[in-house]
Design a binder for this molecule. Sequence first.
Ligand SMILES: Nc1nc2c(ncn2[C@@H]2O[C@H](COP(=O)(O)OP(=O)(O)OP(=O)(O)O)[C@@H](O)[C@H]2O)c(=O)[nH]1
Length: 404
Amino acid sequence: MNLKTRLNIALGACAVVAVLLAGLYMRGQLRERAMGEVQREAELHMEAATALRGYTAEHVRPLLNSDPAHFQVEAVPSFAATTAMTELHRRYPGVSYREVALNPTNPSNRATGIHAEIVEALRSTDAESVQRQTSENGQHMLYFAKPLKVKDSACLVCHSTPAAAPPAMLVAYGDQHGFGWKMGETVGAQIVSLPMTVPLERAQQSLWQFLAGACGVVLAVFLALNAMLRRVLLNPIASRHGELHRQAREDELTGAINRRGFLEAAESALTRAATCEEDLSLAMFDIDRFKQINDQHGHAAGDAVLREVVRRVHGRVRSSDLLGRLGGDEFALLLPDAAIEQARILCTMLHTTLQKEPYPHGEPVGISLGVAQWQRGEDLQALLGRADRALYEAKRNGRGRVTC
Ligand SMILES: Nc1nc2c(ncn2[C@@H]2O[C@H](COP(=O)(O)OP(=O)(O)OP(=O)(O)O)[C@@H](O)[C@H]2O)c(=O)[nH]1
């Protein structure tokens, strides 16, 4: 895996983690805010109910005994408060207010299920309020409750013993329930319940909007970082790498490919020729009596001859041909898509034209060439060996010639 891919994966992973963490944080914040809203609303409804209850206890209950022959349920504080709150909740769908007791006079006010749990919690902890959340069939509810305590001795008229209770009440509800209450006892609870689904859905919607925005921002940052990294890190590394690669395969003196680069490129050319079933030839050549040039004109003149030979060969071969300096004054020329006859013609032309013009030291220079055509199945070393033997033959037969 290259550096660019690794950097992109690392940046991508950071971006995903950043979005996830931001999403988790935001989810917590939005849910908390939604819960806070529901709770404030519940407290408001409870305030309203408590105010109503205070009013009914003070001003409506005295009417209870105005006609001993009839028990006026409308004058019972809990009934009056609950009825008034029910009216209010017509305008707040889903919100409800109940007053329940473990042992109520009216059996329909008996605490059951979650209501009974809440009353038990209030009785056991003596807390000023409790909250419960339920989730059923996708409907989330918040229950906010305050204890119903016997604080007023007037309550005990109806709830201590049947003997003390108004006879009309006994006629209406019997003498089995709602008795035995004691001063200071938590006998039940005022409970406001509200649906949380809408605020939670709103929070979820806000979360999706936030995540979409965060993804956009993170994507923009990712692309910007990616472009910056490419400019300040990857491109310089790639060009440095390319430069090093080129330097490692280039002959410093002549600019031709060096032995290592030539052998690598020749291996690839052989593979390509085998795959495409193409011809391929290889020429090896050596400057004739190069030692003499060095000895007579100096090493620098010899260097100049080497550079000039490379320049002249490059000027006469195809761009697909590959010239390599194998060492000293020995060169190799790879000729893709060329059979031995074409190779021989080219090498003869090279041999002739290379020595036409004098070289920087003022004299012409001759070369000897050995040529071989690649045979199917033959490896590079074998091909180099045959071309080298042909070159040796050219030298042995008097130099300045092409031998195939
Ligand atoms: N100026 C210069 N000379 C080099 C360089 N590398 C090798 N030589 C010399 O090239 C000469 C190679 O000589 P040979 O190829 O052995 O012999 P030659 O004189 O060319 O004789 P034949 O090849 O038989 O014609 C030696 O004298 C080396 O010192 C180089 O980079 N620059």
